[in-house]
Design a protein around this ligand. Structure first.
Ligand code: FNR
Length: 388
């Protein structure tokens, strides 16, 4: 993995190129785990389709020689209106995947969110990076484990808690079942062959410090430390009984800024704002949960109209370019969360791959701003879109 040189090996011009490289570098079952969505993938497709439909308004002969892409998120300066979304199992995409992605984000001046279901633990990442990062929390049925996770995020000096609320029941991804990515995993001839054909990936990941869920290992004695036991445990721990009072419970344990992730409906946004959320991520979990619901970019304007004056809004789902970031901002977001786009980069080229994904999207945003006659992020609003 070391010394992998983007420019020489395979020049990547876009996130789509990183995706193609990721497909070559990691086993098919893992690639599909990242790439695919739930059930018939209607919502996964809607995320992209609805972004593509938003046409940017070109403006000319505006002096755009001085452009600024920086803004603030939760009062902190960020270099780009972007943040890396929580993604489970990054440490299987590349050895030390979470640490590398966090370093790339921090070098680029944007927040990184560590998933509860990461391979590297919150302590592993905190020890390896220079600045605070965000921690994503799943509210487990077992409140003792949930509280322990929040306390560890506090001890690791995480700067925001991202509570994901769109997973009260676990949707199914057909591809994972067909690929044998189940508990226990089905060892198929194809999986064995795929691994054998990717020795670089296999050796890198196998030499990593951890091969299980770093945040859960040791917390649940009855599940053991292995990935199978912990997956079985966590699959049974997503809590259909969650309610708004649980957010209040979190508020009592977590003293810092709270971000609620996974809201599409303005009524829910209102409740989240009332429950003390500093920010909301308008999200359908990247088309991996409720299939048949709307794209997150389509849900955003109504959420903005309802709570945009009270909480900061982020959006994710299908964001693959700087133009998409601009669409997100035009529809009311302060920043966009990036999921698969950075994970493709991670699988393709480790920290350099993530840095590459962020840099490409930043440049695309910069050029698009110039061509739309916008100098500052704050200038991008609904009038940035063509009305058709
Ligand atoms: C996710 N997502 C996610 N969200 C979360 O809150 N906790 C998690 O552990 C995960 N895990 C996860 C794994 C993988 C492989 C993917 C692709 C996504 C959802 C993620 O945070 C984000 O909402 C979506 O990825 C956004 O859509 P795009 O940018 O991937 O299209």
């Amino acid at each position: 993995m070391k010394g992998f040189d983007w420019g020489v090996r395979r020049p990547a011009a876009s996130v789509e190129d990183l995706r193609a490289e990721a497909r070559r570098r990691i086993p098919r079952a893992l690639f599909d785990y990242v790439d695919r969505g739930s059930y018939g993938e209607q919502t996964l497709r809607a995320n992209r389709r609805d972004l593509d439909r938003l046409l940017l308004r070109q403006r000319v002969l505006v002096d755009v020689s001085k452009r600024q892409l920086g803004t603030t998120l939760l009062g902190e300066p960020v270099a780009l209106p972007m943040a890396l979304a929580p993604v489970g199992l990054c440490g299987l995409m590349h050895r030390d995947g979470e640490i590398l992605a966090c370093r790339a984000a921090q070098a680029a001046g944007i927040p990184f969110t560590l998933s509860t279901l990461s391979i590297g633990s919150v302590e592993d990442v905190a020890a390896a990076v220079e600045k605070p990062f965000w921690f994503q929390l799943y509210m487990w049925r077992d409140r003792g484990v949930t509280r322990a996770l929040i306390e560890r995020a506090i001890a690791a000096k995480c700067s925001a808690l991202v509570v994901t609320v769109d997973l009260q029941a676990l949707a199914q991804r057909h591809a994972d079942i067909r690929n044998g990515l189940t508990v226990p995993p089905r060892v198929t001839l194809r999986n064995a062959l795929e691994t054998a054909l990717r020795p670089g990936w296999a050796l890198g990941v196998l030499r990593g410090k951890r091969r299980t869920f770093g945040n859960l290992a040791g917390l649940v004695p009855e599940a053991g430390d292995g990935v199978n036991g912990l997956t079985r445990w966590s699959n049974g721990q997503f809590d259909p009984g969650l309610g708004w009072s649980d957010l209040e419970w979190i508020r009592g344990v977590w003293p810092g800024p709270l971000i609620v992730k996974g809201i599409l409906d303005p009524d829910d946004a209102e409740r989240a704002a009332g429950a003390g959320a500093a920010a909301i991520v308008v999200s359908n979990h990247g088309g991996r949960q409720l299939d048949g619901t709307c794209s997150s970019i389509a849900a955003l304007p109504r959420v903005r109209d309802r709570v945009g004056d009270r909480v900061e809004l982020l959006v994710d789902g299908g964001i693959r370019s700087g133009q998409d970031v601009m669409r997100g901002l035009a529809n009311g977001a302060r920043a966009c969360m990036i999921g698969r786009a950075y994970v493709y980069g991670l699988a393709a080229g480790g920290q350099a791959g993530v840095a590459r994904a962020i840099r490409m999207m930043g440049r695309e945003l910069d050029v698009s701003m110039a061509l739309c006659g916008r100098r500052r992020i704050a200038d991008i609003g609904p009038d940035q879109l063509m009305v058709n």
